[in-house]
Write a protein that binds this ligand. Structure first.
Ligand SMILES: Nc1nc2c(ncn2[C@@H]2O[C@H](COP(=O)(O)OP(=O)(O)OP(=O)(O)O)[C@@H](O)[C@H]2O)c(=O)[nH]1
Ligand SMILES: [Mg+2]
Length: 288
C-alpha cells in the first residue's frame, strides 16, 4: 500500500518530466482559474514556502497573469488573500487562497494563526520549494548566509548558496509539518501539492530534484531529509491526504543569487514552460 502511494506520486511527476523534456502538442487542461472579486469564498487553499521561493508568482501563473509584460510583485510582507473562481468542464466552484509570506515575522505568525485556527484548517496546501533558487530579497539574510557559508570553511558559489537555501527550506518544511500536526489542521487537510518551482532554472538537474523531493517507494530508509518529512506528514497515504509533487515554471527568467555571482540563465523555452505548467494544472484540477 505505502509503496503504491509513492509509486503513484512518482508516476505523476514522471509525466511532468516527460512533458518538459519532450513537449508535445496536447489539448490544454479542462480547467480555468481566475481571480474573483466578490461572492462566496468556498474551500480554503494556502500557499506556503520560504521567502523568494515563488509563491506569489505561482499564484499569478495559476490565474494566467504571467504573460510577456508581467512584472513580478517583489517581496511579500503580509499575507495575500484572493478569491478564486474555478471552472472545470461545466462545474463551477469557488476557493479562497491565502499566500503566507515566507519571511518569519509577526505578519507571518498572524497568517498561520488565521490559517490554522481551531477547526478551520485549509482543505489544500500548495507548498512551494525551489531547489535552492530562492530570491534573496533581504540584505540581512544575505549577510547571514555569507557569514555561515564562510564560517563552515566553504567557498561562496552557486552550489553552496543553493545548499544554504535548501537547508532553510527543509527547516521551514519541518516547522510547517509540525504546525499542521499539532494544530489538528492535518486532520482536515484533503490535499497537498509540493510545487518544485523555478524548474526552468535547473531542468538539467531535474532527476536529482525528483530524488530529493519524493520519498523512495518501498524504501523509507533511503529517503532524503525532505522525503522523510513528507513521508511522515502524509503517513504513506494512510491519512487520506492526496499528494502530488510536481515541477512548475511560473515565470521563466534568469536567476540572480544576489551575492555577486554570475546570473544563471533559464533552460526552458516557451513550449517546455507550457507543457510542464499544463501537467501541474491537470493534477491540481483534480483536487480543486
Ligand atoms: N526562473 C524563474 N524565476 C521565478 C519563477 N517564479 C518566480 N521567480 C522569480 O522569483 C522571485 C520570487 O518569487 P515570488 O513569487 O515573489 O516569491 P515568494 O515565494 O512570494 O516570496 P515571499 O514574498 O518572500 O514570501 C520572482 O520575483 C521572480 O523573479 C519561476 O518559475 N522561474
Ligand atoms: Mg510573495
Amino acid at each position: 500500500m505505502s509503496a503504491d502511494f509513492w509509486e503513484d506520486v512518482s508516476t505523476t511527476w514522471a509525466e511532468a518530466e516527460q512533458a518538459g523534456t519532450e513537449p508535445a502538442a496536447a489539448d490544454p487542461p479542462d480547467l480555468r482559474l481566475r481571480r474573483a472579486r466578490l461572492g462566496r469564498t468556498g474551500a480554503r487553499i494556502a500557499i506556503t514556502g520560504q521567502p523568494g521561493a515563488g509563491k506569489s508568482v505561482l499564484f499569478d501563473a495559476l490565474v494566467d497573469r504571467t504573460g510577456p509584460a508581467y512584472q513580478p510583485p517583489g517581496q511579500s510582507h503580509d499575507r495575500e488573500k484572493h478569491r478564486l473562481a474555478v471552472a472545470r468542464g461545466d462545474q463551477r466552484r469557488r476557493s479562497s487562497v491565502i499566500v503566507v509570506p515566507g519571511q518569519r515575522s509577526n505578519n507571518q505568525a498572524a497568517a498561520f494563526d488565521e490559517l490554522l485556527a481551531a477547526g478551520a484548517g485549509p482543505a489544500g496546501i500548495i507548498h512551494v520549494v525551489c531547489w535552492g533558487y530562492n530570491t534573496a530579497w533581504n540584505a540581512g539574510n544575505r549577510a547571514t548566509m555569507l557569514d555561515e557559508i564562510r564560517a563552515a570553511g566553504q567557498p561562496v558559489n552557486a552550489d553552496t548558496v543553493r545548499a544554504w537555501h535548501r537547508a532553510g527550506e527543509l527547516a521551514d518544511f519541518r516547522v510547517l509539518a509540525d504546525k499542521l500536526a499539532t494544530s489538528g489542521a492535518l486532520d482536515r487537510l484533503r490535499w497537498l501539492v509540493v510545487a518544485v518551482a523555478k524548474c526552468d532554472l535547473f531542468w538539467s538537474d531535474i532527476a536529482a530534484a525528483r530524488e530529493y523531493y519524493i520519498p523512495v517507494p518501498g524504501h523509507p530508509t533511503a529517503d532524503s531529509p525532505f522525503g522523510e518529512v513528507l513521508r511522515g506528514l502524509t503517513a504513506d497515504g494512510k491519512n487520506d491526504v492526496q499528494l502530488a509533487v510536481l515541477p512548475i515554471s511560473s515565470y521563466a527568467a534568469g536567476h540572480d543569487f544576489g551575492v555577486g555571482l554570475p546570473k544563471q540563465p533559464r533552460q526552458f523555452d516557451d513550449a517546455q514552460t507550457t507543457a510542464v505548467r499544463r501537467q501541474f494544472f491537470t493534477v491540481l484540477g483534480r483536487y480543486l
